[in-house]
Write a protein that binds this ligand. Structure first.
Ligand code: NAP
Length: 313
């Protein structure tokens, strides 16, 4: 029997496609690689999440043909081992673009206008009436936005920014003429983005080249009024350097959905008012998570039928 092991409970829409050849872990927390290898043994497919570290131990399970991750990012998977061991890897790109871009934009507005801090202020009983000097933030309309990694999500954030009349600069490895035309965007160096943008939003995958792309030197070049938003992967930003920059108010604020040592968050960040912290909810809308689950399940089914999967990595 061809069967599928699922490492975390997923939306019903995905389970229904795989029923009845499916086992879902009963563990309430993410499994260790050893636990995945033990529980998935004997299955032809594994449907995993970005919280699962997938290496040789799992990929070399006898009979395993496909590993379908319910995420766009694949930095949690040893792709060279999967190629060597002949296990097809698939992901769920595209269906989470709008949700993640929405969240990046929510972070831009929340940091610029100090929304969580204002909410905390009011709940603490400190609101004594309108005050001309109270909780001033940064205007977003008409400002310059830097997109670091102008792929699907980065481009969508740029499109959304047009509603706010923002000027768009972007960093990418390859030129994007259609994007430039659609968003009046201009390609720029990392240095120019750091030094001149009012908002920098990070959207590269995590790779050896992008680890700490936003480092102490980048942060030192940013304007004191600038905002940094990261909805990509934690290690793309040097979290210790960011804590320093925020603590010394060398930049105005940061908005983070992802962290270097997830789910741990630097103690320094937790103490600061000028950072908005979210628990990796970029794709967490009902619609998107349903689509991610059905996409991952469809990839599994295609490989088990001997067809090319819709989203090979
Ligand atoms: P994508 O379409 O592949 O876009 C990534 C972009 O990054 C590409 O345009 C690529 O440039 C660029 N890039 C890669 N390496 C670079 C480098 N060294 N320097 C400059 N640019 C570089 O991916 P996506 O769908 O937009 O997703 C981006 C990332 O967001 C994912 O990998 C994932 O880690 C993260 N994500 C997070 C959440 C969340 O819940 N917070 C949700 C979804 C995704 P080229 O086009 O030139 O190759």
């Amino acid at each position: 029997m061809k069967s599928v092991f699922i490492t975390r409970p997923i939306p019903e829409s995905g389970l229904a496609l795989l029923f009845p050849h499916v086992t879902v872990t009963t563990s309430p927390k993410p499994l260790t690689p050893e636990e995945i290898a033990f529980q998935a043994e004997g299955n032809t497919a594994i449907l995993c999440q970005l919280t699962d570290k997938i290496g040789e131990q799992v990929l070399s399970l006898p009979g395993l043909r496909v590993l379908a991750t319910m995420s766009a990012g694949t930095d949690h998977i040893d792709l060279s081992a999967s190629r060597r061991l002949g296990v097809t890897v698939t992901n769920t790109p595209g269906c989470l673009t709008e949700a993640t871009a929405e969240l990046a934009f929510a972070l831009i507005l929340a940091t610029a206008r100090r929304l969580p801090e204002s909410d905390r202020f009011l709940r603490a009983g400190r609101f004594k009436g309108w005050d001309p000097l109270l909780l001033q933030g940064q205007t977003i309309v008409g400002k310059r936005l830097g997109i670091v990694g102008a792929g699907r999500i980065g481009q969508e954030v740029a499109r959304m920014s047009k509603g706010f009349g923002m000027e768009v600069l972007y960093l990418s490895r390859t030129p994007k003429p259609e994007f430039e035309a659609a968003c009046a965007a201009r390609s720029a160096s990392l240095d120019e983005i750091a030094a001149t943008c009012d908002v920098v939003s990070v959207h590269t995958p995590l790779t050896p080249e992008t680890r700490h792309l936003v480092d102490a030197a980048f942060l030192a070049k940013m304007k004191p009024t600038a905002i940094l938003v990261n909805t990509a992967r934690g290690p793309v930003v040097d979290e210790a350097a960011l804590v320093d920059a925020l603590r010394q108010k060398r930049i105005f604020a940061a908005g983070l959905d992802v962290f270097e040592e997830e789910p741990a968050v630097s103690a320094g960040l937790l103490e600061l008012e000028n950072v908005v912290l979210l628990p990796h909810i970029g794709s967490a809308t009902f619609e998107t998570r349903n689509r991610m689950a059905t996409m991952a399940a469809s990839n599994v089914l295609a490989v088990l039928r001997g067809e090319p999967p819709p989203n090979p990595v």
